[in-house]
Design a protein around this ligand. Sequence first.
Ligand SMILES: Cc1cc2nc3c(=O)[nH]c(=O)nc-3n(C[C@H](O)[C@H](O)[C@H](O)COP(=O)(O)OP(=O)(O)OC[C@H]3O[C@@H](n4cnc5c(N)ncnc54)[C@H](O)[C@@H]3O)c2cc1C
Length: 512
Amino acid sequence: MGGGITGLAATLYLTQQGIDFILIEKHKNTSIYPRARTIDVRTMELFRGLGLHEDLREGGKLLAPAWGIIRGNNLMEALRNPVGKITPRQLMEAQKELKSFAGESPETVCRCTQDISEAILHNTAKEQGADLRLGHQMLLFRQHENEVELLVENRVTGEQYKITADYMIAADGANSTVRKQLDIPVSGNGSWTDLLNIYFEADLELLVKGREFSQFLIDTPEITGFLLTINNKDKWAFHLRFYPENGETPADYPDEKLIAILRHILGIQDLKISILKVLPWQLTVIIASQMRINRIFLAGDAAHTMTPYAGKGANAGIQDVQNLAWKLAAVLKQGAGDTLLDTYHAERQQVGAYYARLSGELADKNGLINQVLMVTKAKDLMGLPDYGYKSTAVKRETNLPFTYFIGEPGTRIPHLWLNESHTSSSLDWVRGQFVLVANRSEGWQDECDKLKQQLSIHIQLIIVNDKNILKKWKKLTHTMHHEALLIRPDDFVAAKLTPGNLQEVMRSILSK
Ligand SMILES: Cc1cc2nc3c(=O)[nH]c(=O)nc-3n(C[C@H](O)[C@H](O)[C@H](O)COP(=O)(O)OP(=O)(O)OC[C@H]3O[C@@H](n4cnc5c(N)ncnc54)[C@H](O)[C@@H]3O)c2cc1C
């Protein structure tokens, strides 16, 4: 339930797993607000798995040159004399950090605004024939022992109807009614800054060409806020701090007043400006202590609301549902035990909580981004998963800290280019299914066949035949000739195996 970026991503992963579902979204269309602009490396890997990575890069190509933060009393002045722009040295250091994982992924960070990414996800789901009910609002829900029951209203016809389902994913955003009604305890900073998201049109193309920036910060006695580049041409979003604690409401900011403010912050008094939309929102950190309550799973902002400064809200939501979809499929179609579903909370809650807290630390006392801290956190923010999963869905022999990108159980499968043209990666083996990557052929096919016969579980067997690739793969993964890596459908390594124990390990991972 909820058709924002998290709910839409869920539809694609459920379809990939062959699970029937209905998406309920109260708005008639996907959101026009640009909001998230950065898709991190890991999420790009996920979109690569769905074959959408190139569409997203294409969708974001106008935004792509916009990097760096500038500040000043108005934009004209800041562009002329970019005080506060991240210095070349800071950038170099950040890039050095980034380079340290450049060889570890087939993907790179992508810039694409959320209005475009949501439309791409929505259109793909529609083409796949998904049951997407936009303009339908969930009014009530009830959870029973064997099902979840929803009362839904078609907001166009006014018709009300019931839906029953085995499970519900609640991706209903920061103000999640599901989270509130289930009375799930939360932690975090609550809300400490109110902002008006002013989405507007103004032709600034010539002004910014060759001097592109990502954010312009303004913090004067009269105005505090930040301007975000949307397409480097005519679309911009200014987030203006306003003060409900002093009795202010959005109604105190009619369009004429906003246009005067925008002309002031841009430093161009006669600029033609059209206000497209205005949305009040709050800089806030809310972390739900539980992501699973029996048959209901919280995902995305509903589970972990963050400030935009870590650039992780949408990324974390997409990664949540990719983690959940294969587990639901395993329970519904492969007879996996209910305990497997507990691993969703065990694996994802700490990740969401980490990014939410980090996003809070990245906000300064006036509610603007803390640039210095941002540079030091570059690697975390651009994001490969330097987190590992410890749960019953991973067979880990040690309690030592994780070593990433070498195939350790609980970490994402290591990336290795499989061809000279660098178009095919070891990550491409996975695509939403269990995969066994073996260093030699003998024995493994029989084990996979037995698993199919006895547990009705299909595993895609990859035997690394190419001598050069095998040499690199064994070195990278520290595996011996007789060993194999079992990879989960979400790209994470489930276990390192020796011949003879595939069935037992699979039973344990699936709680079967
Ligand atoms: C200025 C800004 C910049 C940002 N930048 C980034 C960034 O660079 N990178 C990043 O990863 N994140 C960023 N974020 C955060 C990102 O936008 C959010 O984390 C993301 O939108 C959360 O998606 P969601 O689907 O979980 O929730 P939402 O987008 O809030 O979607 C929830 C949906 O549920 C629907 N809904 C709610 N209740 C019901 C109901 N009863 N019935 C039916 N439908 C219902 C709502 O209509 C809504 O469509 C930014 C946010 C802002 C504001």
